[in-house]
Design a protein around this ligand. Structure first.
Ligand SMILES: Cc1cc2nc3c(=O)[nH]c(=O)nc-3n(C[C@H](O)[C@H](O)[C@H](O)COP(=O)(O)OP(=O)(O)OC[C@H]3O[C@@H](n4cnc5c(N)ncnc54)[C@H](O)[C@@H]3O)c2cc1C
Ligand code: SF4
Length: 316
């Protein structure tokens, strides 16, 4: 690991201003992703800004009947919150499907949204990777791509976003609250938060330099049956091959977001109109324009079958 300097931020606006004004600075929250990347020298920040003591660790009711989740709320605490379990069961289940108890105790809401891909070539510094080193090429496209993306991908990168939590938040229409280095704040719909790779796969979100996530807002509860189904190679401690986050109402309408198949949580609102007709129609609309490789084409069938199982569970 390369040497770096460290400071503890005293306010959110100060953290953002310091990050923007210090070349090579990164925020550190739980550290469960960033420290691994630093040890492997995939990320080499010269300065860390610790945001753990900014008081952003509360879950509060909002005036519109929703919840405001502080950026530093730990995954364990969010999953266990009584209001989340009752009204946003999808989110609680998605969180519990991720990582391990020990990791969830450290991992934060913001860090989870910002975690980087698990593409094996991104982690192998002896291989070209456009995301790690822009312009170097993509080893995965003609390499081993079983776990990688089938939709939203580009000729430069086919990596997936690994978060379970973000898939549930996409189905729930969450908004990401931030503060910028000039002290102004904004709310970014989660649909727009993660970028598709295009020619610049190293630019993963719409955050500006130094912009700090302060919270995630959930709108008022939408009712319905909440199901999160994650298909993976091992029963625990593994990232999704495919995951489906669904809210299904008794009349068969609902919402669906899919993980494990794209560079961002994948939701196609038009596909939801097909839900009452069944998984076949809905998954065809969800996967329109898919560009699978020979190794991961099985994900197209897996999405349809996982969605069929979710709809069956919702009816039962
Ligand atoms: C073995 C293992 C298995 C895992 N399995 C799963 C899994 O199955 N499903 C899953 O979803 N996840 C899984 N994870 C990932 C885990 O959920 C993430 O590592 C964790 O959520 C990251 O949160 P953190 O607070 O530790 O982030 P950190 O490591 O502290 O930071 C991650 C990134 O977020 C940035 N950041 C942190 N806070 C802010 C902020 N407030 N504003 C802007 N940027 C910020 C940091 O600068 C950094 O770039 C696994 C991780 C490990 C190590
Ligand atoms: S898929 Fe993306 S992350 Fe993986 S090697 Fe290609 S450019 Fe790198």
């Amino acid at each position: 690991m390369r040497s770096f300097t460290y400071e503890r931020a005293t306010s959110a606006a100060d953290a953002a201003a310091r990050a923007a004004g210090t070349p090579g600075a990164r925020f550190i929250a739980g550290g469960t992703n960033l420290l691994d990347l630093m040890k492997l020298e995939i990320e080499t920040p010269g300065h860390l800004i610790d945001v753990n003591r900014l008081g952003l660790d509360r879950i509060e009711a909002t005036d519109d009947g929703g919840l405001r989740i502080g950026a530093l709320v730990r995954n364990t605490d969010l999953a266990a919150d009584e209001r989340v379990r009752r009204d946003y069961g999808l989110l609680s289940r998605a969180l519990m499907a991720g990582a391990s108890g020990q990791l969830r105790n450290k991992a934060t809401t913001a860090g989870n949204l910002m975690q980087r891909t698990r593409c094996p070539y991104f982690y192998d510094t002896s291989q070209p990777c456009n995301k790690r080193k822009p312009g170097s090429g993509c080893s995965a496209i003609d390499g081993f791509s079983r776990q990688l993306g089938v939709v939203g991908v580009s000729d430069a990168c086919i990596a997936t976003h690994p978060s379970d939590m973000a898939v549930a938040m996409r189905a729930l229409d969450a908004e990401v609250e931030t503060v910028k280095p000039d002290g102004t704040s904004r709310a970014i719909p989660i649909a727009d938060f993660h970028r598709l790779p295009g020619e610049t796969p190293h630019v993963e979100t719409v955050l500006e330099a130094g912009e700090l996530i302060t919270a995630v807002r959930l709108p008022a509860p939408v009712g319905g049956r909440h199901i999160y189904r994650k298909v993976r190679d091992r029963a625990s401690y593994a990232f999704a091959l495919v995951s489906v986050a669904a809210v299904v109402h008794p009349d068969g309408t609902g919402r669906v977001a899919v993980g494990g198949i794209a560079p961002k949580p994948w939701r196609v609102e038009a596909a939801e109109r097909e839900l009452p007709r069944g998984a076949n129609s809905a998954s065809a609309a969800l996967l329109a324009g898919a560009r699978p490789t020979e190794h991961n084409a099985f994900k197209l069938t897996l999405v349809e079958r996982t969605l069929a199982a979710v709809l069956e569970e919702a009816r039962s």
